[in-house]
Design a protein around this ligand. Structure first.
Ligand code: NAD
Ligand code: THR
Length: 373
């Protein structure tokens, strides 16, 4: 990107040499005073050691959703329990609260977020707070606030405090005019959901802050993620998690997408592995700042067939949700992640058969399988 780099360098030089005392900053520092709310930002964080170490000090926003608790577990194994703070606006379950530092953080509260970053000397931020595709369509003003205004807060704080920032994007950042089979990293992006629009905005703003202010922004476009011990938060791909629970509990599953709706999907361990890998990749390895990642792609019918290998009596019916179906029909069917594979060595571990057997071993399917045989 020689032109972009030159523009960025020229703007920085201009601002540095202006000497006008007008307060123009090369990072987007917001002029705010002391927070009137003296929030004890490190209230649940007394055991933190502030000794210097090589490990990053991590904050995860929106950490009580489908992906955040698993990410915290992985990062704590790598960097130490007290170097990773989970945050959310919800109350954590006991086992989550006792598994490591947890803190209240509303990403719409800029000053509180800044206090948390400063008081805990955060160096890496994983920004997971979001309203997903289906719940976003049900409450557009809230989705716009959380997904767009929240991102602005995070970007400014990350740039101001020199953080390495991870923001996940999604297959939902593409739309009906994008090539769908396969979908490359760089192509038309005209999504038709507020979720998708906010994620394209996040990709572009993050990359802009990278080139303009030097922010170390890293972004992966996740497929639909499938996990056993956490529930999805209201997306279009949720059916692919629900089928396992219903197969186990009732042996009946009603799918809200048509049987031939093909979407890219991934097991959570692969998703979290990719997230850590891209954050640890040397900057020189990254030819881009936003990458597709892919593992498998299937339809509800294909997933049901694989599930029936474990629960043969499973009955699947279809009751299509028009909103979700329209969203799914506009999304990629297959994701081209060749750039991630080439640049930083991305490689998935789970294809459909491994995904399904792993889900059942987590959910303890043995009794049902035994019954079926
Ligand atoms: N799960 C997937 O299939 C998937 C796929 C692609 C991308 N992603 C992205 O990964 C990230 C995490 O996804 P997830 O599935 O865990 O989402 P989720 O919906 O399960 O969790 C999102 C969390 O954000 C929190 N939140 C909402 N408003 C907030 C606010 N004002 N301040 C702070 N937190 C707030 C919620 O309480 C919730 O715990 C999201 O950005 C999502 O877009 C997820
Ligand atoms: C694909 C992803 O972004 C999310 N699971 C959704 O369906 O909205």
């Amino acid at each position: 990107m020689p032109i972009v780099k030159n523009v960025s360098r020229a703007v920085s030089q201009l601002l540095q040499s202006s000497g006008c005392g007008c307060g123009i900053s090369i990072v987007p520092v917001r002029c705010i005073g002391v927070s009137p709310r003296q929030v004890a930002s490190d209230a649940s964080f007394h055991s933190v050691s502030f000794s210097e170490s090589d490990h990053p000090r991590v904050l995860i926003t929106g950490g009580l959703g489908q992906l955040g608790v698993g990410l915290a577990k992985l990062l704590r194994k790598r960097f130490g329990k007290n170097n990773v703070i989970l945050s959310d606006i919800r109350k954590p379950a006991d086992h989550v609260f006792h598994s490591g530092p947890f803190i209240y953080s509303d990403i719409l509260d800029y000053k509180n977020l800044r206090e948390i970053v400063v008081n805990n000397r955060i160096t890496w931020l994983f920004h997971y707070s979001a309203l997903l595709s289906a719940v976003g369509e049900a409450n557009v003003p809230l989705a716009r606030a959380v997904n767009i205004t929240g991102l602005h807060n995070v970007l400014d704080i990350a740039a101001e405090h020199n953080l390495r920032l991870f923001v996940p994007s999604t297959i939902g950042a593409f739309g009906p005019t994008s090539p769908r089979d396969p979908t490359p990293d760089l192509c038309i992006q005209r999504p038709r959901t507020i979720y998708g629009v906010s994620k394209v905005h996040a990709e572009l703003m993050g990359e802009y802050y990278h080139y303009r202010y030097g922010l170390d922004f890293r972004c992966l476009r996740y497929p639909g993620i499938i996990s056993a011990d956490s529930q999805p938060g209201g997306g279009t791909t949720d059916y692919a998690v629900q089928i396992f629970h219903d197969a186990m509990k009732t042996g009946k599953f009603q799918c809200n997408l048509k049987p031939d709706t093909r979407l890219p999907m991934m097991y959570i361990d692969d998703c979290l592995k990719a997230t850590l890998e891209v954050m640890e990749a040397p900057a020189e390895a990254l030819s881009m700042r936003t990458y597709n990642i892919s593992a498998m792609s299937f339809t509800p019918e294909e997933l049901a067939q694989e599930v029936q290998k474990h629960v043969p009596e499973l009955q699947v019916t279809y009751n299509v949700d028009e909103v979700r179906q329209a969203i799914a029909d506009s999304w990629p069917m297959n994701f081209d992640d060749s750039n991630a594979r080439r640049d930083w060595g991305w490689k998935h571990d789970y294809d459909l058969p491994e995904l399904v057997s792993t889900m059942f071993s987590f959910l303890g399917s043995d009794s049902r399988i035994a019954q079926a045989n």
